[in-house]
Design a protein around this ligand. Structure first.
Ligand SMILES: [Mn+2]
Length: 347
């Protein structure tokens, strides 16, 4: 499998030209960052610095402290401090929208040039130059091609950031978005010096005692519908606070209801503050969870989506479980739908 991706490489032209013409570039990820966001931001920042640009890696919110090992992490700017005056912003892994950029949005308003690189098919555009490619498993994949197009060598540091991005947005190469090209790219990054075992240990296999004890309690209250097609788990605000749970750790809990044999739709309900419930939706084979999420004001990918509801945890569970139960029944009636397109991470 070759690394060549001619359609993407060709369409990167306007972005490359815009970046070459800018001197002071802020590279931004999205709110509630995952490792595709942080890893992509750090990788592009390192590449722009190597190309002689003044660049800042920016995140609207801090990521997990477990990610601090990533090269360049100590330079991460949180939000939009007054002193930061970029000519251009490069927004990664999300569309350019105030609700997706949170505290960093002011940088978009300060910059003359808005650039966008993303893999969400819900991206509504609006940048001066952009590449949106939903066939990419991670934005980190697209950053790899952008770095090469900029003529910058993919150093071990850049490779580590990209590997973390791709590893996590493919669920450790388990999700349907994992392709031969994704694995060829991961292989190239490993050849550059990335240690897969070390990455996996740092990112997945290191959790606090409080987290493990909470996980035990959460698993004991796993629930499913009578037909076993919809399963869910929930985290109360006080559970998360008590265990000192990190936002990224809460996100990772969505995998457990999804693992139950026979489940088509898995839900994770997170009470982010009393009266506000964030819901992660995952589907296995045929239900379009992005459509369900959109009905509740959210969005995402066909196999991984999210939405936020106000009201009690119990109300949120009742409404979403009902919507998912109906979606499963509709698809079953229709012969389990034709929709088998690739899913990617929610972010
Ligand atoms: Mn992503």
């Amino acid at each position: 499998m070759s690394l060549a991706w001619p359609e993407v490489e060709r369409r990167l032209g306007p972005l490359v030209e815009a970046l070459r013409g800018a001197d002071r570039i802020a590279v931004l990820g999205h709110v509630n960052p995952d490792l595709d966001s942080i890893g992509s931001v750090l990788a592009l920042h390192l590449a722009l610095a190597a190309a002689g640009k003044t660049s800042w890696p920016v995140t609207p919110d801090p990521g997990s402290p477990y990610w601090a090992f990533l090269p360049g992490h100590d330079r991460l700017v949180v939000g939009a401090p007054e002193w930061l005056r970029p000519d251009a912003v490069a927004v990664l892994d999300t569309e350019i929208a105030p609700e997706r950029l949170g505290q960093a949005w002011a940088l978009v308003e300060r910059a003359a040039l808005r650039l966008n690189l993303d893999h969400h098919d819900t991206n509504r555009g609006g940048a001066d130059a952009a590449l949106v490619e939903p066939a990419a498993a991670a934005t980190g994949e697209l950053v790899f091609y952008l770095v090469r197009a900029l003529g910058v060598p993919v150093t071990p540091e850049i490779a580590a950031c990209l590997y973390a991005a791709i590893l996590t947005d493919t669920g450790s190469f388990r999700y349907a978005n994992t392709t031969a090209r994704t694995l060829a790219l991961a292989s190239a990054l490993v050849a550059t010096g990335v240690e897969p075992h070390e990455m996996a240990t740092r990112i997945y296999d290191t959790r606090s005692w409080a987290y493990m004890k909470l996980l035990g309690r959460l698993l004991s209250r796993l629930e499913r519908t009578e037909d076993g097609k919809v399963a869910w788990m929930w985290v109360r605000h006080e559970d998360a606070v008590e265990a000192g749970l990190l936002a990224s750790e809460v996100e990772g809990l969505a995998q457990y209801p999804r693992m139950v044999e026979g489940v088509e739709v898995a839900l994770l309900f997170k009470e982010t503050e009393p009266g506000v419930v964030r819901v992660s939706l995952r589907s296995q084979r045929f239900v379009d969870v992005a459509a369900i999420a959109r009905a509740f004001g959210g969005g995402g990918h066909v196999r991984a989506a999210g939405c936020t509801l106000t009201g009690s945890l119990e109300q949120a569970i009742e409404r979403l479980v009902q919507a998912c139960r109906q979606a499963v029944q509709r698809e079953v009636m229709a012969g389990e739908g034709a929709g088998t397109s690739c899913g990617t991470g929610e972010e």
